[in-house]
Design a protein. Structure first.
Length: 216
């Protein structure tokens, strides 16, 4: 570690993305206590609608839920690298199942309000860690109410119907797409995005998220 790095660590110590405690010297992104206590997801991949499988390293609860809320609404765009590191570990064994990474996009209005697209940040980080091309393929056509406020699975499917389309000039034909989002609950959003991609020729669509709900 260079003198500049040492001084930076002393003056601006990093904080754990999950508990926000100052990290011990030499630790990065996640503190030792959280590494041991996070709600890791060890079950097989989920499936939903038009998506072959969805992988996630964590359950959406406790400090993971709080962390993702800060990431989406609290300006913590830099959390993406920490999340992507966990996702990449989960995805390593399925590396031959996809040849292109894309993401579930925000509507332009919401992106301007937030300052960034949280799924795009994750996809970019994953692209570098997995050495797989990242390319935006989708656009959000309608600024529908957030899925978290919509209700059950049926209501969420209705809410998201017709919200997405293929981005102008994008080509999905014959590609095996890894579609990235932050959270998986009912799967309505990811399934609708996968439907659009397959309608435009994608050979297969699989998914990756930071965390998913239990029992979904």
């Amino acid at each position: 570690m260079s003198l500049v790095d040492i001084l930076a660590e002393l003056l601006f110590p990093g904080k754990c993305v999950f508990c926000e405690r100052v990290l011990p010297r030499g630790e990065r992104e996640v503190c030792p206590a959280c590494r041991k206590s996070l709600p890791y997801r060890r079950a097989g991949e989920k499936t939903t609608g038009f998506v072959a499988w969805v992988a996630s390293p964590l359950y959406y609860e406790g400090k993971v839920k709080d962390s993702l809320h800060r990431y989406k609404f609290g300006g913590r765009a830099h959390y993406a690298g920490s999340y992507a590191a966990l996702m990449a570990e989960t995805l390593a064994e399925r590396r031959d199942d996809y040849d292109l990474i894309s993401h579930v996009p925000l509507h332009p209005v919401r992106r301007r309000q937030r300052g960034y697209d949280q799924a795009e940040e994750l996809a970019r980080e994953l692209s570098g860690r997995l050495d797989v091309e990242w390319r935006p393929l989708l656009k959000k056509l309608r600024n529908a109410p957030p899925q978290s406020r919509t209700g059950d699975a049926t209501a969420r499917r209705a809410n998201i119907s017709g919200c997405y389309g293929l981005l102008e000039g994008a080509a999905a034909e014959g590609r095996r797409v890894l579609l990235v989002d932050d959270i998986f609950t009912t799967g309505a959003t990811m399934s609708e995005c996968a439907r659009i991609l397959k309608m435009h020729g994608a050979a297969e669509v699989c998914g990756a998220v930071v965390a998913c709900s239990r029992g979904e």
